[in-house]
Design a protein around this ligand. Sequence first.
Ligand code: AMP
Length: 561
Amino acid sequence: MTVHGIDLGTTNSVIARTDPDGRPEVLAGMTGDEIVPSVVLFAGAGEHVVGEGARRQARLDPDHVCTLVKRRMGDSEWRFLAHGKSWSAPAVSALILGGLTADAAFATGEPVTSAVITVPAYFGDEERRATTLAGVYAGLDVRAVLSEPIAAALSYGFGRLDGAIDINKNDGHETVLVYDLGGGTFDATVIELADRRITVLAVDGDHQLGGADFDERIALHLAREFCAQNPDAEDPLDDSVGAQALVLAAERAKRELSDAESTTVVVAHDGVRASIPLTRAQFEDMTSGLLERTLRLTAACLDAAAGRGVSTVDHVLLVGGSSRMPMVARALRERLDLAPRLHDPDLAVARGAALYGAKVELERLVTDDLITRGRLRDGAPLEDADTRDLTDSCRRVADATGMTVDRVRRSVEIRVDTVVSRGFGVLAVNDMVGALENSWLVHRNDRLPIKVRRSFGTMRTDQDQINLAVVEQQGMDASPRPEDSKLLVAGHIGPIPPGYEAGTEVQVTFEMGFDGVLHVTAFHVGAGLPLSLTAETGATLSQAEVARERRQIQRSRRRDE
Ligand code: AMP
């Protein structure tokens, strides 16, 4: 079975798989485009358009076009309203996924049933859950949610990792900074590549910072200039059609300024036209604050890596379409003394996801084979297998799949170690100040997987439950103030059996696997009882809600434009 790799981007998405030789290949749909705009047009009740067709329509029918939905992932309140129906962010994303999988099926003649979907490294727990949910809505078995910089590093370093390319530097270690400035998100990640191991040392980023913000600055400038030239005309930003047209023109101008020193934008609105010249220098000036933010985050990420003993980086990979802006490489060179190079900025993430998809599938085949033969306990990790058993199993899988034993073995042995992108904690009363504060159990850049335990005491005799609020860090710093964190789970732990004094110990355990998804469990020490957590999170939906959303998605017909 092929596990596809999907880069579900803020502005563009890409789907890939590996070919029979294990090389990643990007799949294009009927239009021949490998890059599909992450745009959905709700063309009518029960009918939608995905991709370039929807993007083109954005100008004509802006109220029914949904863009940048990735920025809404994890916001359980957000809905897009169109033709009397409301769509959550995972539901809109599912329509984009549906477009991509239909394209891939068209290209290969094989249905897409399972996938690895990428997310920014800086995505928190809810955003990751929302991404998985989008996959489920699209009818996919989501085999993993993989951080984009890890995917980019895999696509860059797979040959190095699997031994096909020698890393001669630093005793076979190579450190890579991935600077990923996409359409809507920014990630800085320091990764170490070593023999069959890829280790994320530090992450930083901002998922409200990307190419779209640069477009917006240009659009504001264009609107001001238009109004200055035509004082009697309506401001294009006061009209949704005019504003959409302006943003599209701004994006085009931005791209042109990556190649040329100047361009001219024609803005036609309210029956009049204005020709507005724009130079690269002007553009760089009006967006310098945005670039500065990426540099600060990059520097913070390098500092965090230095704290882990990595003070130099061997390679700087620029990924994400916005890293094509010449000022990005220049600033990294001049300000941070780095030597960046563009690395397949549009397709690297999808390619890396496909490589990872192939790896998880081979791992599954080998694991199942060992379990069936009684050579591995059900549920045990593959590392527990005996070396000779593992070799035999890799040979059988190689025979069955037509790959070489070496390839299966190397792919299975590659390890990905990563860190937490944000802190997690609980809201607790600080006795010193008598107020509720964030009490952090897990800190940003702690290594995954993580298991942290904290004990709570009951306040009263015969207390039957403990209220718990799990919070996630929002800003750069792990602040104690509740307003600086996001409430992830509010609920109670219980039932605590009667007959216990005040101060009875209840242990709460936070566990997070490589997928970055948090699991909270509790245990009553005196009674030796596991307790359940009855919780509500924005990302938790009932089976009925999931079924309802899926029905709405399945009923909406995809129209090709
Ligand atoms: P991605 O999410 O990686 O597909 O990146 C998409 C973003 O890259 C969008 O904001 C595009 O406007 C931007 N982009 C693509 N090509 C260029 C270019 N040549 N110069 C500047 N920005 C670009």
